[in-house]
Structure formats: structure tokens, C-alpha cells
Design a protein around this ligand. Structure first.
Ligand code: SAH
Ligand code: TYD
Ligand code: ZN
Length: 406
């Protein structure tokens, strides 16, 4: 197995077995033939990039029916509003600035840019969510971003001051083509800013459900810097973010265009000291994950034996890894509540648990709720206080299996 970035040797360190496409929620009337692949992950011995060993064709994941909505969390809406404000204040200050967002989804971030009257373009291959962005007044191109897309955007719109991508770059195996595209599109002094789940947080919290088909890469400062340098870019800033269970926002600029901040060196040193990409570190991670699986399955089987009810909360893409790796189905968790319209009335991929709207949660409350959207724990627990008041308990499995009791 060769690294997708540098062709170096891959060291496999975890295998979650056969997994479905994580956002492919199935119709109960016609589950059809589901697509499965082997979800295994490795680290490159040369460039330290953590990556999946097998790729799911992009059209199977990102299409007109892609259900995920960026606007589904109030915390994330505020996060993107603040980021847009910062780009407007710091990077988009010249005459007639231009910003391109890769994977703009329903336009949550670009809506603020559009409202400020700033020239922008969202590149979004999933037609349904792209239509929602357009309905918000965001300019969208329904396409996969890659080298050819970038050349045609540049020819039509001219160079970009900022290329931005949230929770999208790590979804794209073909980073070579992306980086060529960014190099074509960015003006000489422009920046490429992207934020994705951070390997350091995944290892620290044993948050193994960050590994699924769409998350092809798990970035670190070390691996991102090496990847960027292959394309004439330098890592000039990093910022740790609390969202989605721990992310890093990386800023790349053309080599020599900007001086790297102290935060870059600090994070690189911390990763080195923690031996983040060392086989021993990653094997220890895999061992903890197996322990979490056993603990969670024991807890759920024990609760079922006692006649307690457990509902799932948040039909996340992440939950596909948990459900299919742990072998959890409707026998242990009879339903999952979720606010996303395109997931409701369907079954979770592979595990076939019905997804219902949030109103099903209180009708009546279960004894326990398994929080698959643990990255939104604060927001969800704050709006579901009545559940604990009624004696309900939350079950969490990151960084270990534990209860938050009513
Ligand atoms: N940026 C949003 C959405 C993340 S989901 C947020 O952070 O909430 C990832 C998005 O990337 C999906 O909407 C998917 O359709 C899109 N995507 C996948 N491959 C892409 C590509 N090559 N170019 C642009 N967008 C892509
Ligand atoms: P998220 O954890 O953001 O992403 P992923 O699918 O990539 O793992 O998904 C959160 C899911 O939880 C999404 O389907 C919407 C749902 N949700 C609720 O049902 N209620 C809520 O209050 C929030 C914040 C999310
Ligand atoms: Zn490599």
C-alpha cells in the first residue's frame, strides 16, 4: 500500500471491517443493495499522513441526495459567521476581493460573505445542498473542485484572495489535483485556509468515529506541512478549534509570501514530542478503541436485559462506524432522532435503525440516550434538559464509555 500523497510505505494500524457509505441512509421500502468497503487506516512512514487504505468512489458519497446540512447546529452557524467576519476584516480588504469556498454545502459560511456584497463562489458537487445555498443568495457552481475546475474558475472570475474549505479537504483523496487547482486559482499573496478534524484530538480522545468513508485523511501540522511543500506552499498558521470534537484550522501561503506564526512551530514540536505518527502511538489508539467497543456493547446488552430503552441521538456520519463496527442494530437501539429532513424516515446505512425527527425523543422519553452527535453535546444537552429532568441519562463513548445521569 502506497501513500496517496508521497508514495511512501503505509503502516496500517486499525481496521473497522466492512462499512457502508456513512451518509447513505436507506429507504425502508427498498433497502436495495448497499455498497460496502473495508474501512482500514494507515500512516505514511515517510510523510506522516494518516489515511484510509481503500477509497469509496466520490459519486457514491457526494450526489444530489447527500443529506448533511452545515446549518444543523447553532454552534456551527455561529462558528462560520465569525470565520466569515474575520476573512472580511483581514483578507478580503483590497479592491473587489474574491473568495472561493470548496464544499460550501448549504451556504452557511458564504451567506455572510454574500450579505456583505463581496464577490464569492461556492464549489459544491452535492446538488441538493448546493440548491439550498443558491436559495440563500450564494453563488454556487455544482462541481467537484479539482485542477480543471480551478482553471475554469480563474479564466472566468480571475484570481482569488482566499480559498477556504471546512471539513472538506480531508474528504478528498486526490489532494494533488486540489493543490494544483489552488495554485492556479490563488493570487500570489493569497491564502488557502482549511479546517478539519485533528489527528492529535482523535488520538487523545480515542474518537475513532472520526474515521469513516468521507474522512479519507486525518491531518496533523506535520503531514499538512509536508503535503503543502510538495506544491510550493508553506504552512504559515495553525489554530486549534473546539468544534467537531477538536479541529485545526491551517493557513497555507506561497513559499516566502508570509512569515509562519509561532503557533506553527509550537504545534510541530508538540506533535514530535507526543510521537503522534509513531506506530506505537497509533497501535495504542487502536487498542483503546477495541476497549470502547467492548464496553459499549456490554453496557447496551446489559440495559436491554434489564428492559431499559435506549434511543440514539444524532444520525451522524460518524455513527456509521460505531454501529457497524460494534454490531449495534435496532435490537439494541430501536430508533435515532435527528433534525435533518433527508435522513428522517430512512434507515441508518448497514445497521438499519430507523431515523425519526426530534419530536420522537420525548414521545415518551427513553431511559437512556446514546449521543452519536457527541461533538454537539453542549448544544444538545442544553436543549434537551427536560430529558434528564425526567430521569433520563446520556450515554457517551468518547473518550470512554460513561453516563451523564438525570
Ligand atoms: N463545509 C461544510 C460542509 C462539509 S461536508 C461544513 O463544514 O459544514 C463536505 C462537503 O464537501 C459536502 O457538501 C460535499 O458535497 C463537498 N465535497 C466533496 N468533494 C468535494 C470536492 N472535490 N470539491 C468541492 N466540494 C466537495
Ligand atoms: P455532525 O456531528 O455535525 O456531522 P457528521 O454527520 O459528519 O458526523 O452531525 C450532527 C448530526 O446531528 C446531524 O445529522 C444533525 C443532528 N443534530 C440534531 O439532530 N440535533 C441537534 O441539536 C444538533 C446540533 C444536531
Ligand atoms: Zn506519504
Amino acid at each position: 500500500m502506497a501513500c496517496r500523497i508521497c508514495s511512501g510505505r503505509l503502516h496500517p494500524f486499525a481496521d473497522f471491517g466492512r462499512q457502508p457509505v456513512s451518509d447513505a441512509f436507506v429507504l425502508p421500502a427498498d433497502p436495495g443493495e448497499e455498497f460496502f468497503f473495508d474501512l482500514a487506516v494507515g500512516v505514511c512512514e515517510s510523510c506522516a499522513m494518516v489515511q484510509l487504505l481503500h477509497e469509496v468512489p466520490r459519486e457514491r458519497m457526494f450526489h444530489d441526495g447527500y443529506p448533511y446540512l452545515s446549518s444543523g447546529s447553532a454552534v456551527m452557524r455561529e462558528h462560520f459567521r465569525a470565520l466569515a467576519g474575520r476573512l472580511l476584516a483581514t483578507e478580503l480588504t483590497g479592491p473587489d476581493p474574491f473568495v472561493v469556498e470548496l464544499g460550501c454545502n448549504d451556504g452557511t459560511m458564504l451567506a455572510t460573505i454574500a450579505a456583505a456584497g463581496v464577490r464569492h463562489l461556492g464549489v459544491e458537487p452535492s446538488g441538493g445542498v448546493a440548491d439550498l445555498a443558491a436559495a440563500r443568495g450564494v453563488r454556487v457552481r455544482k462541481d467537484f473542485f479539482e485542477a480543471a475546475t480551478a482553471a475554469s474558475i480563474r479564466a472566468f472570475d480571475g484570481p482569488a484572495d482566499v480559498v477556504y474549505a471546512a471539513n472538506t479537504l480531508c474528504h478528498i483523496p486526490y489532494l494533488d489535483s486540489i493543490m494544483k487547482g489552488v495554485a492556479t486559482l490563488l493570487r500570489p499573496g493569497g491564502v488557502f485556509v482549511f479546517e478539519d478534524p485533528y489527528l492529535g484530538d482523535v488520538v487523545e480522545r480515542a474518537s475513532f468515529d472520526q474515521i469513516y468513508d468521507e474522512h479519507f485523511y486525518l491531518f496533523s501540522a506535520t503531514s499538512v506541512r509536508a503535503m503543502a511543500r510538495r506544491h510550493g506552499f508553506e504552512l504559515v498558521d495553525v489554530e486549534r478549534l473546539p468544534v467537531h470534537g477538536g479541529e485545526v484550522r491551517y493557513t497555507l501561503a506561497r513559499e516566502g509570501a508570509r512569515t509562519p506564526t509561532a503557533a506553527v512551530a509550537e504545534l510541530l514540536v508538540a506533535e514530535e514530542a507526543a510521537e503522534l505518527a509513531a506506530p506505537a502511538t497509533l497501535s495504542a489508539f487502536a487498542g483503546r478503541v477495541a476497549g470502547i467497543r467492548d464496553g459499549l456493547v456490554d453496557l447496551l446488552t446489559g440495559l436491554r436485559a434489564r428492559g431499559a430503552t435506549v434511543y440514539g441521538y444524532g444520525a451522524t456520519a460518524k455513527s456509521a462506524t460505531v454501529l457497524n463496527y460494534c454490531g449495534i442494530g435496532p435490537g439494541l437501539v430501536p430508533l435515532i432522532c435527528d433534525t435533518t429532513p433527508a435522513k428522517q424516515g430512512r434507515l441508518t446505512p448497514g445497521s438499519h435503525i430507523p431515523v425519526l425527527g426530534p419530536e420522537a425523543f420525548a414521545d415518551p422519553y427513553p431511559d437512556y440516550a446514546l449521543l452519536f452527535a457527541w461533538n454537539h453535546a453542549e448544544e444538545i444537552m442544553a436543549k434537551e434538559t427536560a430529558f434528564r429532568d425526567a430521569g433520563g441519562s446520556w450515554i457517551l463513548y468518547v473518550p470512554d464509555v460513561y453516563l451523564v445521569r438525570g
